[in-house]
Design a protein around this ligand. Structure first.
Ligand code: ATP
Ligand code: MG
Length: 156
């Protein structure tokens, strides 16, 4: 899977995050990579809004992990049956200031292995070795002051 988008203002990047929230499957790990100010938190804010999580959705850069409770249900199509699954927790990590070991110490394995959780990780490229192989990778690249190239792919 490779999808590319260009956004021309922060609101559009947020909107893209909101749209992804509608396309979720449970147990997803969403890795956000790209430079300082590229739009990872802006995208995450839209994503959390799309999941109906009350704000403010502040950046986890300094606290490393933010946890939100969710009441959001999503529909899975399994065995041609429509099944409703509840997302219970959303974890928003930021690995900019820490190492993979620090993230593991926060209970990472348990969090990513629980299928009712959704996990967002900013600076995921810094902790690549602990990211599950089925994660979705989204790269943010600044093209100009207000333009961002956002690439969805299934690998870093
Ligand atoms: N098209 C755009 N998409 C996203 N952000 C934009 C865009 N145009 C301008 N901006 C601005 O760029 C900044 C993006 O900051 P944001 O905190 O989302 O980046 P980040 O990737 O999370 O950075 P950091 O690595 O420091 O956590 C914001 O100030 C936002 O208003
Ligand atoms: Mg950020």
């Amino acid at each position: 899977m490779l999808k590319k988008f260009i956004t021309q203002k922060a609101r559009q990047t947020q909107k893209l995050g909101e749209l992804l929230a509608q396309e979720l499957t449970t147990g997803q790990v969403i890795c956000l990579s790209g430079d300082l100010g590229a739009g990872k938190t802006t995208f995450s804010q839209g994503f959390l809004k799309g999941l109906k999580i009350k704000g403010p959705h502040t950046s986890p850069t300094f606290v490393v992990i933010k946890h939100y409770k969710s009441k959001f249900s999503i529909f899975n199509f399994q065995f041609s049956k429509k099944q409703k699954t509840k997302i219970q927790n959303i974890y928003h990590f930021d690995a900019y200031r820490v190492k993979a070991k620090d993230i593991l110490d926060l209970g990472w394995e348990e969090i990513v292995n629980n299928k009712s959780n959704i996990v967002l990780v900013e600076w995921a490229e810094r902790i690549k070795k602990i990211i599950p192989p089925n994660a979705l990778w989204i790269n943010f690249q600044g093209l100009s002051q207000n333009e961002r190239k956002i690439t969805f792919q299934s690998h870093p």
